[in-house]
Design a protein around this ligand. Structure first.
Ligand SMILES: Nc1nc2c(ncn2[C@@H]2O[C@H](COP(=O)(O)OP(=O)(O)OP(=O)(O)O)[C@@H](O)[C@H]2O)c(=O)[nH]1
Ligand SMILES: [Mg+2]
Length: 253
């Protein structure tokens, strides 16, 4: 299938859902053994810096690591999204994040091509927007060796949607291969929505970036976070394959 192309890198911008990894694998019986390792007492397990899911010795699973930066206006829900993706409680109040906070999230994925199972380890970098503006050294740290960015806006604040183009130009550089996805938060507050579906469609068409919607109860299970984590994994894996196929042969050995 012919994909839309990013002129700067030659990489497709949009990858059809389920073309690289098995879609909705968390619902398949053969995934149970892997997903059980990211849970503890029916809750998502939080992993320390050097911790990883413990598989039985006869099952070897490679882990691939990616740095993902969360960008967006203050109050859009960057800290809440990091908590949501990691399965921890979402802060009910808005406390400005005063520096950089990182969250490690493990996510099992089955590749469609060869059936190989991998643990994706996403390292989410969440920096308070006001701290980012105040201290010049924070943005370069967040951007250093990042693999992906989630650009956030919230459905209850049109200003945060308008701010997306600033966020995108501030964070991305045309020559960098970076996965870019957009996340609309507070979708549960649809009665107060300030951003229309038409605006979202137009944005998707002009920017070529997919838009995901999140909101609501964090205890809704994996179904709530799976679409975003799977899309992130799928785009990152695809980006790596494109980079590897473009690299000179000597560097592929
Ligand atoms: N209802 C609802 N509230 C949300 C959602 N996401 C975030 N919030 C709330 O929005 C407020 C701000 O969220 P934060 O995650 O602290 O915002 P932030 O982007 O980290 O802001 P800074 O650290 O200042 O840059 C908090 O009160 C959250 O509880 C959501 O999806 N639904
Ligand atoms: Mg924050």
């Amino acid at each position: 299938m012919e994909h839309e192309r990013d002129e700067s890198s030659g990489a497709p911008l949009l990858i059809p859902h389920g073309s690289v990894i098995v879609a909705d694998w968390h619902r398949c019986p053969d995934s149970k053994e892997y997903f059980s390792k990211i849970f503890q007492k029916k809750r998502r397990k939080t992993f320390g810096l050097l911790e990883a899911p413990a598989m039985p010795p006869q099952i070897h699973v490679d882990t691939v690591r990616y740095k993902v930066f969360l960008a967006g206006k203050s109050g859009v829900g960057k800290t809440a999204l990091a908590a949501r993706l990691g399965g921890s409680d979402i802060p009910t109040m808005h406390y400005e994040t005063t520096g950089i906070e990182t969250t490690a999230v493990f996510w099992p994925v089955k590749l469609k091509d060869n059936g190989q199972v991998l643990f994706f380890k996403f390292h989410f970098w969440d920096c308070g927007e006001n701290a980012l503006r105040r201290f010049d050294h924070l943005l370069p740290s967040c951007k250093e060796k990042m693999d992906a960015v989630l650009f956030l806006f919230c459905f209850t604040d049109h200003g945060s949607f308008e701010d997306l183009s600033n966020q995108i130009s501030r964070v991305s550089h045309p020559s960098h291969r970076i996965v870019k996805l957009v996340v609309g938060t507070k979708f549960d507050l649809f009665m107060h929505t300030d951003v229309t579906e038409r605006e979202i469609r137009t944005f998707q068409e002009t920017s070529g970036l997919p838009v995901f919607r999140v909101g609501g109860d964090v205890n809704a299970g994996l179904g709530e976070v799976a679409p975003l984590l799977n899309a992130l994994a799928e785009h990152l894996w695809h980006q790596d394959c494109v980079t590897a196929s473009c690299a000179p042969l000597s560097s592929q050995v």
